[in-house]
Design a protein around this ligand. Structure first.
Ligand code: S3P
Length: 172
């Protein structure tokens, strides 16, 4: 099987659903942010502070490409992974990409009190969520092979829906 990449905005459930889906598919789960943080020896916040967003994006890209050559896995991607054209190509070519969509209200609720998310460390995080998700929504949709609406679904239900939909998709 092709590796599965979970994409979607911060708070869309990639890190919660990912391990459940991985178990269902019998492959490991890897969190892209976690690997990038481990490699950097710094938290996401610290990388943003030391190297800016551009530094983080380089690190993110390197891990995405490297893991694409690995054994099949479920990869939970950071919300901004789709911003680069190179990453979008990697996702299309090397992964079956699943977009976890959620309404702004749901995202705001899930992200209340979130830490280590430098892009939301602003005076009005809800406005920032609205602004960024408006910019990114169509990019997630274009990159995704499968879109799953997560509002009102439990992580387990979402993982099962993805599993079902992956099975009926012709594998390449
Ligand atoms: C980001 C999302 C974060 C992390 C970084 C930037 C983004 O990952 O990669 O803070 O640009 O949306 P999560 O989506 O796992 O929170």
């Amino acid at each position: 099987m092709k590796s599965v990449a979970l994409i979607g905005f911060m708070g869309s459930g990639k890190t919660t659903v990912g391990p459940l889906l991985a178990e269902l598919l019998g492959v490991p789960f890897v969190d892209l942010d976690e690997v990038a943080v481990e490699r950097a020896g710094m938290s996401v916040d610290e990388v943003f502070a030391a190297e800016g967003e551009a530094g983080w994006r380089h690190r993110e890209r390197d891990v995405l490409v490297e893991l694409a050559a690995d054994r099949p896995l479920v990869l939970g991607c950071g919300g901004g992974v789709v911003l680069s054209q190179e990453n979008r190509r990697t996702l299309r070519e090397r992964y079956t990409t699943v977009y976890l969509s959620a309404s702004t209200d749901t995202l705001t609720e899930r992200l209340a009190g979130a830490t280590d998310r430098p892009l939301l460390d602003v005076p009005e995080p809800k406005k920032q969520i609205e602004r960024l998700s408006a910019q990114r929504l169509c990019v997630y949709e274009v990159v995704a092979d499968i879109t799953v609406a997560t509002d009102g679904q439990t992580p387990n239900e979402i993982a099962i829906e993805i599993g079902d939909r992956l099975e009926v998709r012709p594998k390449s």
